[in-house]
Design a protein around this ligand. Structure first.
Ligand code: GLA
Length: 398
């Protein structure tokens, strides 16, 4: 009897451990998908989400890696007498499971949004006090991704609140990407590594180069500045999240969107498209689905890029890639073209790769522009990025 008891305990322990491992493994590279917020705000409904699912397939977004379709704030209505969360029947007349099933039928994964406080940022019911019940509901609906916000948290402790939901998701037994959206207010990079797969590092992104709004939202270059130093906290299964993409939402030029996308890839950021992909232009689609640029973001080594040069409007960012390769971004934040001159030794020494030889590929041009044994002279247009990949040709002297 005693033996059976101990064997059961060991079995429970082992399966629990295996499940925790499975849960951890859902984001070994930064998650990619689409989220409704940046383009539609709370104006979401079943028809829109199904059309987006169709467009994810027809535009090639799914095949480029964008597999999570996430419904942000605005889907909820109220709780029933048993505390179950009920979706807004006008927006989602067939419930959430029907939408999740449709999304799954397209070879995509389905994500949803809630909040660690009493209410969401739209004033709808949050999960405070209902964590285990909501986690069970999400698992029943087939949810694969949860974005968990931080409005109306009152005096709640952030780490405890997010750990509580993480435990509830574990208990519900369905592997789910857990996206912490606490805006960086209590430095989640210091405590969230084993709680969530990604954590927001700042206030909300705005569709502009460097604007700031009154409640703290900001353009992507200002968000970029706030990522300096955070590179030490990212890695497979746990990522800094500089917020969702604004590419294609209309507030910036194509060149500026290309720069925004390039730098998010350099940061190993989660790539959540935030535009109306049903009606995007060819140029925007080319940015979002550029395979070689996405490969910088999704590199299996999982290193976040960091800044090595900052001279006024000119910045150089580098990112170590697997196989002793390197990505280099030359960012011009100003309005005057920059004639960049790159001494490769200076960059390669950072990684102790100075004995390797590389060809240099300009990823947006799609062509080789030089080799690392010569200085590279290249023009960086105003408000734009030149994104380079050093492709290893041979190794010397080791
Ligand atoms: C917060 C989040 C946003 C979005 C909205 C929804 O502002 O940071 O990303 O989810 O709430 O209300």
């Amino acid at each position: 009897m005693k033996r059976i008891f101990f064997l059961t305990i060991i079995l429970v322990f082992l399966t629990g451990g295996l499940f925790a491992q499975k849960f951890k493994n859902v984001a070994l590279t930064p998650p990619m998908g689409w989220n409704s917020w940046n383009c539609f705000g709370p104006n979401i409904n079943e028809k829109l989400i199904k059309e987006i699912a169709d467009a994810m397939v027809s535009t090639g977004m799914r095949d480029a890696g964008y597999v999570y379709l996430v419904i942000d704030d605005g889907w909820q209505w109220k709780r029933d007498e048993n505390g179950n969360i009920i979706p807004n029947p006008k927006k989602f007349p067939h419930g959430i499971k029907a939408v999740a099933d449709y999304v799954h039928s397209k070879g995509l994964k389905f994500g949803i949004y809630s909040d660690a406080g009493r209410k969401t940022c739209q004033g709808l019911p949050g999960s405070r006090g209902y964590e285990y019940q909501d986690a069970r509901t999400y698992a029943k609906w087939g949810v694969d991704y949860l974005k968990y916000d931080w409005c109306y948290h009152g005096k709640q402790n952030s780490e405890a609140s997010y750990r509580l939901m993480r435990d509830a998701l574990y208990k519900a037994g369905r592997p789910i990407v857990f996206s912490i959206c606490e805006w960086g207010t209590t430095k989640p990079w210091l405590w969230a590594g084993d709680i969530g797969h990604l954590w927001r590092t700042t206030e909300d992104i705005q569709d502009c180069w460097d604007c700031v709004n009154e409640w703290g939202g900001m353009g992507w270059t200002l968000i970029l500045d706030k990522q300096v130093g955070l590179e030490h906290y990212a890695g497979p299964g746990h990522w800094n999240d500089p917020d969702m993409l604004e590419v294609g939402n209309g507030g910036m030029t194509t060149e500026e969107y290309r720069a925004h996308f390039s730098m998010w890839c350099m940061l190993a950021a989660p790539l959540m498209a935030g535009n109306d992909i049903r009606h995007m232009s060819g140029k925007i689609r080319e940015i979002l689905t550029n395979k070689e640029v996405i490969a910088i973001d999704q590199d299996p080594l999982g290193k976040q890029g960091f800044k090595i040069t900052d001279i006024g409007d000119y910045e150089i960012w580098v990112k170590e890639l697997s196989g002793e390769e390197v990505a280099v971004a030359l960012l011009n934040r100003g309005l005057i073209p920059i004639n960049a001159v790159i001494q490769w030794k200076y960059i390669l020494k950072r990684f102790n790769f100075q004995n390797n030889k590389y060809r240099i590929k300009d990823l947006w041009k799609g062509k080789i522009v030089g080799k690392t044994d010569k200085i590279l002279k290249i023009k960086v247009k105003p408000h734009s990025v030149v994104l380079l990949r050093l492709i290893k040709t041979e190794k010397e002297g080791r």
